[in-house]
Design a protein around this ligand. Structure first.
Ligand SMILES: [Zn+2]
Length: 51
């Protein structure tokens, strides 16, 4: 199942990426360490726009 990187909007394969963050009991997947770092810095800015 493909997940959406909340930072850059890219599709991420959840089985392949090890770059994840949990926020508000949801798991987010990232295409790169830079995207994860940006999300972790300000998760409210990105995490609450997921549908
Ligand atoms: Zn990304």
């Amino acid at each position: 199942m493909m997940q959406k990187d909340p930072f850059c909007g890219m599709k991420v394969d959840e089985k392949k990426t090890k770059l994840t963050s949990t926020h508000d009991n949801k798991t987010f997947y990232f295409c790169s360490a830079g995207c994860k770092a940006a999300f972790d810095r300000d998760p409210h800015k990105y995490g609450h726009h997921m549908t």
